[in-house]
Design a protein around this ligand. Structure first.
Ligand code: PMV
Length: 325
């Protein structure tokens, strides 16, 4: 059966950085994210005996490294469903991939849902999240809806994401400022491996549980400024670990720094806005829906920004009838 799924990318408020089990993609600690309404992957999967091999096209391309990861995931699905047929897979992102906007999260979440249904499986949200995690860690957070927590777990079956708050809980937005289409120089997987070489990593781990609890309280009570301060400091903390890893990882461009300082300046002028950044040069500005227009005006006036993408909290991976082939 041909099946199509749409899945959102997500932005972590409390980051996943470092694994305690690389093969199983078990994170060293719990983490929290929000699904993004406008950074989407759509994927159609068709397992059928008519195919002589897996045929995979992502954004019109067949890059060897990406294809190998997708085939490994199709293998996991075939094993689970106890089938032998190959699959045709067509996938498209509505945003640039490999620049730090987490296309692997949306990609593996969409592939997991479309692939398992096409293979005849009906998995629970928990089991979809576990399977998506094996494809790409943060993909497990793109399965449930809204604001999501990934529980680190102690083994594969206990490491998955659950929804903490639905997508309508809070009127916050994530305005993504794309600074460049430059692909990241060091892949995220390698970054995770380097995390523990930072002298700050142990200190981070000691304080992370408490930080997560406080973050959840701020979200629950909708205390925007406290929440914003916490997540901006959290992003800087993760980047401090990256910069002090061996060899160091520095994902920012000069224009990234310009916008970070601008966000701080706007805040000093009274606009409630905070930034967070992943493994790339692009910035996610978190603000309240009521300030969307003001924020867009400010961003559109900056020559350093190539593109602006507005995101609302979104539902997780879901099926659609609009097939790509
Ligand atoms: O899921 P991965 O391996 O692409 O790692 C995601 C890492 C960060 O984006 C930097 C943080 C996060 O929690 O999304």
């Amino acid at each position: 059966m041909k099946v199509t799924a749409i899945a959102p990318s997500n932005i972590a408020f409390i980051k996943y950085w470092g694994k305690k089990d690389a093969a199983l993609r078990l994170p060293t600690h719990d983490n929290i994210s929000m699904n993004l309404s406008n950074l989407l992957t759509t994927t159609t999967v068709h397992f059928d005996q008519i195919y002589k091999k897996d045929d995979i096209v992502i954004d019109g391309e067949q890059k060897e490294k990406d294809i190998a990861k997708v085939i490994a995931h199709l293998e996991r699905i075939r094993k689970k469903a106890n089938i032998k047929s190959y699959a045709k897979v067509l996938s498209k992102n509505n945003f640039p991939s490999s620049t730090g906007l987490s296309s692997s999260a949306s990609g593996f979440a969409a592939l997991t849902l479309a692939g398992t249904v096409s293979a005849g499986l009906t998995l629970t949200e928990k089991n979809l999240s576990i399977l998506a995690r094996l494809g790409s860690g943060s993909a497990c957070r793109s399965i449930p809806s809204g604001i999501v927590e990934w529980k680190e777990g102690i083994d594969s079956d206990s490491s998955y994401a659950v929804s903490l708050f639905s997508e309508s809980h809070w009127d916050i937005i994530d305005v993504v400022a794309v600074m460049s289409n430059e692909k990241k120089s060091v892949p995220t997987t390698e970054g995770h491996e380097r995390a523990q070489s930072s002298i700050f990593y142990e200190t981070r781990l000691k304080k992370i549980k408490k930080k997560i609890e406080i973050c959840k309280q701020y979200i629950k009570k909708k205390q925007f400024n406290k929440f914003g301060e916490l997540i901006e400091a959290e992003a800087l903390e993760m980047h401090a670990v990256m910069i002090t890893s061996h060899p160091p990882l520095l994902y920012w461009l000069p224009t990234t720094l310009i916008l970070m300082k601008r966000v701080m300046q706007w805040r000093n002028e009274g606009l409630a806005c905070y930034f967070t950044i992943n493994t790339g040069q692009d910035i996610h500005i978190i603000c309240q829906k009521k300030d969307e227009k003001i924020m867009l005006n400010k961003l559109h006036s900056m020559n350093e920004i190539r593109k602006v993408i507005v995101n609302y909290p979104a539902e997780g991976a879901h099926i659609t009838d609009n097939h790509l082939f």
